[in-house]
Design a protein around this ligand. Structure first.
Ligand SMILES: C=C(O[C@@H]1C=C(C(=O)O)C=C[C@H]1O)C(=O)O
Length: 412
């Protein structure tokens, strides 16, 4: 159904014969050429991706996490682990939208139509280009930890837990890999969509910030068409064994405790909001690419809560960064990471996703995991592991190696 606040532009002659993905490329080329921020994503289980292009970089700067209610502006949130000048919190207003399920037109927000329709008409009329000029971060590439360095970080984490400075902390590292010749982020995005149908697959490119690709298994805060709020406690990792059905996976005490801490953290957030009416399902074993995790789902029927419009917003502000990516207690874990981790996570383990794009009142924010940053001549990949008192540095290194494989699939 056409929305009243959108104008639909038909494709000009140069794009008339292009198929839906080629039209996506054509729009992305125009956005990159005119230095506009863009985000493409494919929701878990969805058949088609969507794209938003923001009218300008300035329009994307936001000091706060997005509001998750039907009245809030439509757009795509791209939030760092820690908000800073280098890694600003962004919200790309959905000024230009393209849904590959409806490839016949491009939608422009009525509020931006006067400025954007003439510009968009001009870029869409240009001939399609072969090479796209992706945005790269001006920051130096982060230091990639060696196995010895990562082991020292894990040992420091275990010592901090032993000394009762923290209960849980999630250490992480960056890994640098050369980009294969002719690496094409849009093709990599399509490959991630095919390979990981149950992941939230994303490609974000913002001037002065850079280009990020990912396939996340973890919902941070979701508000569905049926009026449900959903979040999850995801933790514990083991490789998917080829001949063992996931429901037969056996978990060690360490993983069970680690995941239970994340679940408890979510319950505490509900308590802070004095919310008692929620459904908890799990923990159960779920598949994420070549890995298994333990997951508990939390569902709230927004019809049954006193302030349905603000629950999503309030929960998002309490949840990020969850103990699945930071630790517990939150402040102590964040202080530990700041002091010991030794690199800038940037947008890794932040969150991202659409707000009110599919329709007002529908949002899906995911934790930015299993992701990489595309730089001019290399990719930076990120992975972390939840530590408890029993963590073993060699195993934790291997776990990060396994997690890196998810997104490294596009570098082969
Ligand atoms: C931190 C990451 O993953 C998180 C940590 C997990 C763990 O410690 O087992 C599992 C899933 C995620 O919540 C990552 O993928 O980098």
């Amino acid at each position: 159904m056409p929305a009243p606040d959108l104008r639909y532009l038909p494709w000009p002659a140069v794009a008339a014969d292009l198929d839906a993905p080629a039209r996506l490329r054509h729009l992305v080329a125009g956005a990159l050429r005119t230095d506009r921020p863009l985000a493409a994503w494919r929701e878990p289980g969805a058949g088609h991706p969507r794209l938003v292009v923001a009218r300008s970089l300035e329009a994307t700067y936001t000091g706060l996490p997005p509001a998750l209610d039907a009245e809030a502006p439509a757009g795509f949130a791209f939030f760092p682990f820690r908000d800073s000048d280098h890694n600003p919190a962004l919200f790309l207003p959905a000024d230009v939208r393209y849904d590959l399920a409806h490839p016949e037109a491009v939608a422009v927000a009525a509020t931006a139509a006067r400025e954007l329709v003439p510009l968009l008409t001009a870029w869409l009329a240009l001939p399609p280009v072969a090479e796209l000029a992706w945005h790269h971060s001006p920051q130096p590439a982060p230091t990639a930890a060696t196995e010895a360095e990562y082991s020292a970080l894990v040992s420091a984490g275990v010592a901090a837990i032993g000394a009762r400075a923290v209960m849980k902390v999630v250490s992480s590292r960056a890994a640098r890999r050369p980009l294969p010749a002719g690496f094409d982020p849009l093709r990599a995005f399509a490959k991630l969509c095919d390979k990981y149908p149950r992941a939230f697959v994303s490609l974000v490119s913002v001037p002065g910030v850079g280009t990020w690709l990912g396939a996340s298994p973890e919902v941070l805060a979701e508000v569905t068409a049926g009026g449900q709020f959903h979040t999850m406690a995801l933790a514990g990792t083991q490789p998917l064994a080829p001949d063992v059905p996931p429901q037969y996976a056996i978990w060690r005490q360490k993983e069970i405790e680690e995941q239970a801490l994340v679940a408890r953290y979510i319950v505490n957030c509900f308590k802070q909001l004095r919310l008692r009416e929620y459904h908890e399902t799990g923990p159960r074993t779920v598949v994420a690419g070549q890995l298994l995790h333990l997951r508990t789902d939390f569902e709230v029927d927004l019809k049954n809560v006193p302030s349905p419009a603000s629950l999503g917003t309030d929960m998002l502000r309490l949840l990020h960064p969850t103990s699945a990516v930071g630790g517990m207690p939150k402040a102590a874990a964040m202080a530990f990471l700041q002091q010991h981790e030794g690199y800038d996570r940037a947008y890794y383990s932040g969150f991202l996703g659409p707000v009110n794009v599919a329709a007002p009142g529908i949002s899906g924010l995911y934790v930015n995991l299993r992701c990489l940053q595309v730089r001019a001549d290399e990719a930076v990949l990120y992975a972390g592991t939840g530590l408890t008192e029993d963590s073993d540095p060699t195993r934790e290194w291997q776990e990060t190696e396994m997690k890196l494989q998810t997104v490294a699939a596009v570098l082969n």
